[in-house]
Design a protein around this ligand. Structure first.
Ligand SMILES: [Zn+2]
Length: 409
């Protein structure tokens, strides 16, 4: 295999892990990271104007914005050496994709450039729109011991809080606290005092079983502090994890039944899991079917929400996306998140296929792909606003998520 073929194969293997099949090369592999302002002909285009129609930007809080880095900015951010090692070429390439997505590839300036690029992108949104920065806790084992050796990356609560304070007009933040930590309750209270608006978990990557009685005190505290739980649901491949079963949406019943408001990230859109409701004869069932079952239960009205990041990736077109577009009765329970920087991983999205399958018009795809060259974050928002299936799109309320987090409104 020649070098180019080898790189391409490796790329597909590494992104395949993040995006599954359905990768697209129509716009090349890499984010061009154009740094000029987006030309007015694009920003003022009818496609863009129409996308904002009916949406109040001051209520638009993107609830899923990662902060990445490698810790070269004295930020406390940490990344597993597997992701920076020649011995793990696939992981290393994956890391390159994420950093390219965020245009933070300069040696020794990764953390700094990540934030600068993010700010440049958020400032292209109308005034009032905000972005919720995610902290990311370590993997902890059953004994409550922190296991760096099983973690992929770490973003301290303190760093997310500090960034949020640096631009209160644009940022909010979401803490990440592992429920098995001995200091979990103190850490939650600290975060709430620092203005955290929710808690983020990625169960498989952090070693959290949301169905464990060990989470009960944590759930009580969430209710007392009025913090919702944003938990990853469905198969996770972007971050290494021990046990994908932990991402089974049914495991969140324990939190829901106690009264915690739960946001199921990605609406559990890929994977299959044990149908724990049918124990002891649990069969494997599509993850999205399990999510649907939870959404249909009247007692979870006003308590369970679905989050829209990753749903427009090439590998998720079809069933989950179509159902979500068609379920107008759910739209007030769906909220937008971008999963930034993933919208900047170019092969994960295929405007051509979105056109071929009738989700976008040609002209929309043209405008969106040009905007993506400058601003993948804006691309992500506009794409979700443009999508139509049999004439139906997501309602404006799916993008006005502030109401979930800001208890003052
Ligand atoms: Zn994410």
């Amino acid at each position: 295999m020649n070098r180019r073929r080898f790189l391409q194969t490796l790329t597909f293997a590494s992104l395949g892990a993040a995006g599954g099949c359905g990768l697209s090369l129509e716009d090349g592999l890499w984010n061009p990271c154009l740094s000029d302002e987006i030309p007015d002909v694009l920003l003022q285009h009818e496609v863009v104007r129409a996308a904002w129609e009916g949406v109040d930007p001051t209520k638009c809080w993107d609830c899923h914005v990662h902060i990445a880095g490698i810790g070269d900015g004295n930020t406390g951010v940490w990344m597993s050496s597997d992701m920076q090692s020649l011995w793990h070429p696939q992981r290393d390439l994956q890391r390159r994709f994420y950093l390219n997505a965020a245009c933070s590839e300069r040696e020794a300036h990764v953390d700094e450039d990540f934030v600068a690029r993010l700010l440049q992108q958020v400032d292209a949104f109308p005034r009032g729109a905000k972005f919720m920065l995610l902290a990311f806790d370590y993997y902890y084992d059953e004994t409550g011991a922190c296991r760096e050796d099983r973690s992929s990356f770490y973003v301290p609560d303190g760093y997310a809080a500090k960034l949020a304070r640096s631009r209160v007009d644009r940022f909010e933040w979401i803490c990440s606290v592992h429920p098995y930590r001995v200091d979990a309750i103190d850490a939650l209270e600290w975060a709430a005092k620092q203005g955290a608006r929710a808690v983020k978990w990625l169960p498989s990557a952090m070693g959290i079983d949301p169905a464990s009685p060990k989470c009960d005190r944590f759930y009580e505290t969430l209710i007392r502090l009025r913090l919702p739980l944003l938990s990853h649901t469905g198969k996770e491949a972007a971050v290494d994890g021990a046990d994908d079963e932990l991402n089974n949406p049914l495991r969140l019943r324990r939190a829901l039944d106690q009264g915690v408001r739960v946001i199921a990230a990605h609406c559990a859109s890929i994977g299959t899991y044990l149908d724990l409701d049918r124990k002891p004869h649990a069969a494997s069932v599509e993850s999205f079917t399990l999510f649907t079952r939870l959404m249909e239960e009247p007692r979870y009205q006003g308590r369970l929400f679905g989050e829209l990041s990753a749903l427009t990736q090439g590998n998720r077109m079809g069933s989950p996306l179509n159902s979500l577009l068609a379920r107008a009765d759910w739209h007030a329970r769906l909220i937008n998140g971008s999963d930034y920087p993933l919208p900047g991983v170019i092969p994960l999205f295929s405007p051509d296929r979105l056109v071929a399958q009738g989700y976008l018009t040609d002209i929309q795809a043209q405008i969106l792909r040009q905007i993506r060259r400058y601003n993948p974050l804006l691309f992500d928002f506009l794409l979700k606003r443009c999508l139509r299936r049999h004439g139906a799109g997501f309602a404006p309320i799916s993008f006005e998520s502030r109401r979930l987090f800001d208890t003052a409104v």
